[in-house]
Design a protein around this ligand. Structure first.
Ligand code: IPE
Ligand code: IPE
Ligand code: MG
Length: 240
C-alpha cells in the first residue's frame, strides 16, 4: 500500500455464503462451514500481519437459531474445534479474543471453551479479535436499555447522564472504536442485524464471492478501496 493509504482501525466481516458454497459442490452445508473456518483463519492471520487493531467476525446471529438443529450443533462443534486448535496461535500472535453476544444461551461446554480462550488471551494487545456469537444488533440495544433502566432505578445513573458515549458503554463493543469498514461477501446486500448502532458511519464493501472462497487478496482490495473513500460524517470535503 502507498504512503497516503489510510488503514481502517476496525474491520467487521459478515462471514456469509458457506451453505451456498457447499451446495454448489454438492456437499452438505457443514462442509461449507468447515471451509469457512479455513478462510477465517487466513483473514485473522493476514489482519494481524498488517497491523489491524480490531477485527470483528459475525459467526452466529440471534436469528440463526431458526436453522435445523443439526446445523446449529455442527456450527457449535466447529466453534469449539476452532477455539481448541487456535488458542495457541492466538496467544503466540498476541491476539485478544473478545465475544459479542449473549453467551449464556449457549451450551455449557461452549461457554466454558469461550471463557477459557477469552481469559487466556485477555492480556494480549496486538489485535482484538471479536467474534459475534448469538449476536443480534436489536437485542444488544434492548439489553443496553434494560441495563441503563436498572442503573437509573438503583440510583447508579441519572437520565441526564444518557448521551451517545454513555450508551456505548452498555454495548458489547464497549471500549472499542466503531467499525470503519464492514465487509459482506456472498452477494447479499443487507446487514442482517449486525452492529446496528455501531455502523452509523461505517463504509461498506460487498462482494459476490462466497465466504469460503474469500481470500486475503480480496481483503486487501477492500482495504484499498476503503482508503480511497471520502468519509465526511455529514460535513463537507476538506478542499471545499
Ligand atoms: C454463513 O453462511 C454462516 C452462518 C450464518 C452461521 P450461511 O450458512 O448463511 O451460508 P448461506 O448464506 O446459506 O450460503
Ligand atoms: C448473517 O448471515 C449472519 C452470519 C453471517 C453469522 P445470514 O445468512 O444468517 O443472514 P441472512 O439470513 O441471509 O440475512
Ligand atoms: Mg447466509
Amino acid at each position: 500500500m502507498d504512503d497516503k493509504t489510510e488503514y481502517p482501525r476496525h474491520v467487521a466481516v459478515i462471514m456469509d455464503g458457506n451453505g451456498r458454497w457447499a451446495r454448489k459442490r454438492g456437499l452438505p452445508r457443514v462442509q461449507g462451514h468447515r471451509a469457512g473456518v479455513l478462510a477465517l483463519k487466513e483473514i485473522v492471520k493476514y489482519s494481524r500481519k498488517i497491523g489491524l487493531k480490531y477485527l470483528t467476525l459475525y459467526a452466529f446471529s440471534t436469528e440463526n437459531w431458526k436453522r435445523p438443529e443439526l446445523e446449529i450443533k455442527n456450527l457449535m462443534n466447529l466453534l469449539m474445534e476452532y477455539l481448541r486448535s487456535e488458542l495457541g496461535e492466538l496467544k503466540s500472535n498476541n491476539i485478544k479474543l473478545n465475544i459479542l453476544g449473549d453467551v449464556y444461551q449457549l451450551q455449557a461446554v461452549v461457554q466454558q471453551e469461550l471463557k477459557k480462550a477469552v481469559a487466556e488471551t485477555a492480556h494480549n494487545d496486538g489485535m482484538v479479535l471479536s467474534v459475534a456469537i448469538n449476536y443480534g444488533g436489536r437485542n444488544e440495544i434492548l439489553r443496553a436499555v434494560k441495563n441503563i433502566a436498572e442503573d437509573i432505578c438503583t440510583g447508579n445513573a441519572g437520565i441526564k447522564d444518557i448521551d451517545q458515549h454513555f450508551f456505548e458503554n452498555y454495548l458489547y463493543t464497549r471500549g472499542m472504536p466503531n467499525p470503519d469498514l464492514v465487509i459482506r461477501p456472498s452477494g447479499e446486500l443487507r446487514i442482517s442485524n449486525f452492529l446496528l448502532w455501531q455502523i452509523a458511519y461505517s463504509e461498506f464493501w460487498f462482494s459476490d464471492c462466497y465466504w469460503p472462497d474469500f481470500t486475503t487478496e480480496m481483503f486487501e482490495k477492500a482495504l484499498k478501496d476503503y482508503a480511497r473513500r471520502d468519509r465526511r460524517y455529514g460535513g463537507v470535503d476538506s478542499v471545499d
